[in-house]
Design a protein around this ligand. Structure first.
Ligand SMILES: [Zn+2]
Length: 231
C-alpha cells in the first residue's frame, strides 16, 4: 500500500476507534511505512479526535525524532518507536485505555481466552506491572521486553498496547481484547470460567491463518465497523 493510502487508512482507524469509544481524551495510533525507517502517528495535543485529517499526523523516526508534521507526537510515543523499530510484525500499533482491560489488571484477574475471538491472543497475555505512563527509553525497553512476541500487552491500571501486522489486524486486536476482557470480567461474576484449551486455541489460529487476507476475520471486523461508524 502506498504511503498516502496508509495515512488515510490510519485516519479511518482513528475515526472507528473514536466512534467505538476507544480513542477519547487519551490514546494514540501509528502505522509504519514498509521499507522506511519511520512511522506516522496521531498528534498528541488536546483535540476532539473524531475528525483528524492528514495535518493531525506526525512523522517520527525509529529514534523518536519528529521528522514532519504540524503537531507534536504524544508523550508516550516511545511505545510506538520501540515496537516499529524492533518487531517486523508490528506494522500498526494502538495504545488505548479500555475499561474492562484495565479492570482485569486492577482486580488481579489473569487473562485467559474464553471465546473464539479471544483465541487470537493465545493462552495468556503479558502484563506491564507498573501503573504509570511509558515515557522514557528505559520504560519503553521494559515494555518491549515483557511483551515479547505477543500481539498485545496489558498495562496495569493504565491500558493496553496492541500490535498488528496490518491496520485491520490492529483494530481487530484492540476491539476483541476489550470484548474478551469484558467476557472474562462478567464470567468471573457468574462463577468458574472455562478457558479454551491449547488445542482449541490452535484450531482457531490455524483457521485464521488459512483464510485469504481479504476474507479473514480481520477484514470482516474492519468492514463491519468501517460501515457502522460511517453511517
Ligand atoms: Zn497511556
Amino acid at each position: 500500500m502506498e504511503e498516502a493510502d496508509l495515512k488515510q487508512k490510519l485516519l479511518t482507524l482513528s475515526r472507528i476507534l473514536y466512534k467505538e469509544g476507544f480513542l477519547d481524551s487519551f490514546g494514540h495510533i501509528s502505522v509504519r511505512v514498509p521499507g522506511k525507517d519511520y512511522y506516522w502517528i496521531t498528534r498528541g495535543e488536546p483535540s476532539g479526535k473524531g475528525d483528524f485529517d492528514v495535518r493531525d499526523l506526525v512523522r517520527v523516526d525509529f529514534h523518536g525524532n519528529k521528522l514532519e508534521g504540524q503537531g507534536q507526537p504524544p508523550v508516550e510515543y516511545i511505545i510506538h518507536t520501540v515496537l516499529h523499530r524492533s518487531r517486523q510484525d508490528a506494522g500498526c500499533v494502538v495504545h488505548v485505555h479500555p475499561y474492562h482491560c484495565i479492570l482485569l489488571t486492577v482486580a488481579g484477574i489473569r487473562f485467559v481466552p474464553l471465546t473464539v475471538q479471544a483465541a487470537t491472543f493465545g493462552d495468556s497475555l503479558p502484563v506491564y506491572d507498573v501503573p504509570g505512563l511509558i515515557i522514557t527509553p528505559d520504560e519503553g525497553a521494559t515494555m518491549l521486553d515483557i511483551m515479547g512476541n505477543a500481539k498485545a500487552i496489558l498495562l496495569r491500571g493504565h491500558g493496553v498496547v496492541t500490535a498488528g501486522a496490518t491496520i485491520e489486524e490492529a483494530f481487530y486486536l484492540t476491539y476483541h481484547l476489550e470484548e474478551s476482557c469484558k467476557f472474562l470480567a462478567d464470567a468471573h461474576r457468574l462463577g468458574p470460567v472455562i478457558p479454551l484449551t491449547r488445542a482449541e486455541i490452535q484450531k482457531r489460529l490455524d483457521y485464521v491463518k488459512s483464510r485469504p487476507a481479504d476474507k479473514n476475520p480481520y477484514a470482516k471486523v474492519w468492514a463491519y465497523h468501517e460501515f457502522k461508524t460511517r453511517n
